[in-house]
Design a protein around this ligand. Sequence first.
Ligand code: FE2
Length: 424
Amino acid sequence: MLDLLVKNANLPDGRANMSIAVRDGKIVEVAAGLEAPARERLDAQGLLLSPPLVDAHFHMDATLSYGLPRVNQSGTLLEGIALWGELKPLLTQQAIVARAMTYCDWAVAKGLLAIRSHVDVCDPRLLAVEALLEVKRRVAPYLDLQLVAFPQDGVLRAAGALENLRRALDLGVDVVGGIPHFERTNEQGAASVKLLCELAAQRGLRVDMHCDESDDPLSRHVETLAFETQRLGLQGRVTGSHLTSMHSMDNYYVSKLLPLLAQAELHVVANPLINITLQGRHDSYPKRRGMTRVPELLSAGVNVAFGHDCVMDPWYALGSADMLEVAHMGLHVAQMTSQAAMRQCFDAVTVNAAKVMGLAGYGLEPGCHADFVLLQARDPVEAIRLRATRLKVFRRGKLLSEAPAATSQLRLPGRPGQTSMMLL
Ligand code: FE2
């Protein structure tokens, strides 16, 4: 006897009318026209069943703090960092936990069931670290929260930051972070990359650095990140987040850089909503877009995910935990408008992001966790186009969230009767 049998589902890889059999929280079979006794049945009616959305880059310690203690006037990354510095002394553990728990509720409702969040470790009280470790424990039954020890003010630039970062890892933070372009000099930035990769290798941890988040074409710490990854045997375990300077780099240099990143099996996370708003602020016209070279990275064989980065915080006033909105923006900024490229944008907020996090048991195959989302769309392109309603969200075969299908009742002059309309 199965626990759940989903019938007539379209899958993101193009398989249509598939059945998915679930027992004990796992997918046991995926096949067309499968029939078996089951305690629960769900007819997907030809709609898209996707593995959960995944956000590979977020800041949960800052989320939902917009306006505290004031808003970012210039809209720049640097004012955002300064504003976060003003907010830090006012933070309480209770408030961080409450805001993060609210955000995780939003996430579940949007089918977002795995998040990698950076957490600032520069405050010697480690208030945010302890708060997010508590949130991680609380949400564990329904959401995978992975934490990155992020030295926001620079691991070498800020007094005590390295010691605080080590303490955060001792407390159970999962991944080693960094911010080489914010160190005082290029040499210090490179030294920070070397130091932090060595620390990760010693502890058997993954690395995810904010790297070259600037419009400076000569910000090239990603080169050092790839080098250290290979030197220390960390291939496949290191992520370069942002890499916005690649947008402005010399094309010849990029032609040398791309194969180096692929050889190091570096993962890349672009954050389209944030990159398009924070970068290019010093430009007049033409204004650069500031997002890294996503299609070129993908063509070189690099795994690229899109992250949300910020929702209602010192850097960004908007957002709603909707990774389809992130994919939608990424698609536009990178001009990824072919059918194949639009599907790649869907992968960037699902399977590619799961690879960044190293999630085990992710996917719609036998043996994977029975975690999936039924969307009010027939395929990934339609899901992005409509930022489709998440009709049902399952984790380990159990329903976590459901929403009614989006419909409008039209009452149009000259058109008698009421028309019920769905944008499908
Ligand atoms: Fe970030």
